[in-house]
Design a protein around this ligand. Structure first.
Ligand SMILES: [Zn+2]
Length: 660
């Protein structure tokens, strides 16, 4: 679900007379994969194995009533747009049209290229090309059952799947289906295919292995827009081993939104008459509008993605959401090539082309001292050097043969990928990142993304101490326990890292204090907790590791997001919360309410100067309640009713957990 919901669809419609960006592919390039034994699934496998760029997006039925312990939503479809290697695609077209390799010069070139590729063992191109090297004619390869079967040792097969027979079968079948369905176009089709994979009908065991190979293939660039959240949801939808962990890691991954943001901030391509072109927002629809000229329709975003069959609009939306990533990426490459790379790598494409024969592409792509460290904390070694270089040489060779088509996406006709291969590699090096999902992420991954690198590294298991600590259960009794002389009233002290949790606890009537200063020293926090018989709630693992505080007096909150954290604390400390307790405490300062209600007049007179009580409240509400400490005034308006319902839902579910 790659877009912000807040985008003003209505405004878009007015601006563009209801026109939205549409997928420029004929319908036979869009496939709905509806079962594990469908032809479309074989076609998907075939396309994935011959893809250079794969764009992905996922959709799920929106969850409106998100209670505290609702997990990630169940993903119902995964859209995959594949850009096939140009060469494979053209060869398939030729084979299809019965054009035997009559042009001996082209054939010779191709053979040379393939021989060159066969001579470098770390090369990772499509197996079809390597297979063709042995025979010199792609058609005969086809007749003999495909290269996958011939490749005994498979040293040059990156995406050779571990299982043997079934796969080559499906590979051949996919290829045949491809020929039957896609290549039979009157016009020269685009080398792209879109799949809408029905995750409610196709089990992960059916596609996991093939998808996994692609997800981690260093030669296939994966495009997405905020895909990490999709990945988290996908992983929780398919937690079992049959998925082959295909949603655990995506590498290399390039976020189209981040690339756009960077280019927009730094590139002169977004300048018009010396002024920066203003982009409406960060959402995919706005980026499409800025880059492709038309916005994406978001009407279907919150529709019911679990209904089958999908409506026509849903189908179009799903295809567009994935394919537009490729289209935007192409357009951004053009913008990027204008000026953006020059400060880092001084040679432009012309120079690169000229010196190709003299210097060697490997040196050219990685000039000494031009090590590019990507800005997302990802690895700079996304393409392993050796493999990257070999692949670059072949790509450069391809590039030089298709070089006489200058210009970008819009000018160069139906094969936008051809002249931009070098840029793909550069962009990947600079902007590529790894997405790794460990299963500890909750549905609010934005918080994860904002964390420091060291923090993430520790959470991903490098800091063993921390993990040990996190796995240790909290041991009581809490200081308020009657068995040790307490008054039975739970009391917490929330540090600045769990401020949201503090407010939630106050809303359900729990005494949850905060330190007066945000920069309170750990030592002071511990002192307050000990003195007042409170349990310190924090996410600061360091504080606990320093053993400043007795184990029974501090708890490290593990979940993220205030609702999840509230549920966690209720569960761990077995808090029983009655409905009468809800919203009976000042959420701002943790103070108690003055027991006697105020009238409207009194409320106006006694409210703090910063609080304005709206006239509608004064005319509709009779009773106002004031915090004894900060004097803030509360009343039972619309917000109260809504919040009351939300908290009541949480407490009902969680008090039953606590009683177990
Ligand atoms: Zn207060």
């Amino acid at each position: 679900m790659a877009a912000t919901t807040a985008e003003a669809v209505g405004a878009d419609r007015d601006r563009h007379d209801g026109k939205f960006w549409k997928v420029p592919l004929p319908p036979r390039h869009i496939h709905f994969v509806s079962s594990a034994d469908s032809e479309e699934l074989h076609l998907l496998f075939w396309a994935l194995r011959n893809a250079t760029v794969v764009a992905m997006d996922a959709e799920w039925k929106p969850v409106y009533n998100k209670s505290a312990n609702a997990g990630s939503p169940r993903v119902s479809i995964l859209q995959i747009a594949c850009r096939l290697t140009d060469e494979v695609f053209e060869r398939q077209l030729k084979a299809d049209k019965g054009e035997k390799a009559s042009n001996s010069r082209v054939d010779q070139e191709r053979r040379d290229r393939n021989l060159a590729s066969a001579s470098s063992p770390s090369l990772s191109r499509s197996p079809v090309e390597n297979g063709a090297a042995g025979t010199g004619s792609c058609d005969s390869v086809v007749l003999r059952g495909g290269p996958r079967e011939q490749a005994g040792n498979g040293s040059s097969h990156v995406r050779k799947s571990k299982s043997g027979e079934g796969d080559s079968f499906s590979y051949l079948r996919g290829r045949r289906i491809f020929l039957e369905r896609i290549a039979y176009g009157v016009e020269r089709p685009r080398p792209e295919v879109i799949f809408i994979l029905d995750l409610l009908a196709v089990p992960a065991s059916a596609f996991g292995k093939v998808l996994k190979d692609v997800m981690v293939d260093p030669t296939v660039l994966k495009l997405g827009f905020g895909f990490k959240q999709d990945l988290i949801n996908l992983r929780s939808t398919f937690p079992g081993p049959d998925s082959h962990c295909c949603f655990d890691k995506v590498d290399p991954y390039l976020d189209v939104g981040k690339l756009h943001r960077h280019l927009h901030e730094n590139s002169s391509s977004f300048m018009h008459r010396g002024k920066k072109i203003v982009v409406g927002g960060d959402g995919l629809a706005s980026i499409a509008e800025a880059v492709l000229g038309l916005p994406l329709s978001k009407d279907m975003q919150c529709s019911n993605w679990e209904q089958r069959p999908l409506s026509e609009q849903q189908y179009d939306y799903a295809a567009a959401d994935a394919y537009c990533l490729i289209a935007i990426f192409d357009a951004l490459q053009v913008k990027a090539s204008d000026s953006w790379f020059s400060p880092i790598e001084p040679e432009d494409d012309e120079v690169a082309e000229e010196s190709q024969s003299k210097v060697g592409v490997a040196e050219l792509l990685c000039p000494p001292g031009a090590l590019i460290v990507n800005s997302h904390g990802g690895s700079a070694s996304i393409c392993q050097p050796k493999r990257g270089n070999a692949a670059s040489m072949v790509e450069a060779a391809l590039l030089s043969s298709s070089r006489n088509e200058p210009g970008g996406y819009k000018k160069s006709g139906p094969f936008p990928g051809e002249s931009k291969i070098l840029n793909i590699e550069k962009l990947t090096k600079r902007f590529g990142e790894k997405l790794i999902i460990t299963g500890r992420e909750s549905s609010s991954s934005k918080r994860v993304r904002r964390k420091s690198r060291s923090c993430r590294a520790r959470e991903h298991g490098k800091g063993k101490d921390l993990q040990d600590e996190a796995d240790v259960q909290w041991v009581g009794p809490p200081p308020w326990d009657r068995s040790i002389g307490g008054d039975g009233v739970p009391k917490f002290l929330c540090d600045a890292m769990v401020e949201g949790l503090a407010r939630q606890l106050r809303c359900v009537g729990i005494d949850a204090a905060s330190p007066n200063s945000r920069k309170c020293e750990p030592r002071e926090l511990v002192d307050i907790a000990e003195k007042e018989g409170r349990i310190l709630l924090t996410r600061d693992a360091k504080l606990l590791r320093r053993r400043l505080v007795p184990a029974s007096l501090a708890y490290r909150v593990r979940r993220q997001g205030k609702w999840d954290q509230l549920a966690e604390v209720i569960e761990i400390f077995k808090l029983s919360i009655s409905e009468e307790q809800l919203l009976t405490r000042c959420t701002k300062c943790n103070g108690d309410f003055i027991p006697k209600a105020l009238t409207g007049e009194e409320a106006v007179a006694q409210a703090p100067w910063s609080q304005v009580i709206p006239a509608c409240a004064l005319s509709n509400v009779d009773e106002f309640w004031q915090c004894a400490v900060c004097k803030h005034v509360y009343w039972q308006g619309y917000q109260f009713t809504r919040a009351y319902k939300q908290f009541a839902a949480v407490c009902q579910t969680d008090s039953s957990v606590a009683q177990e």
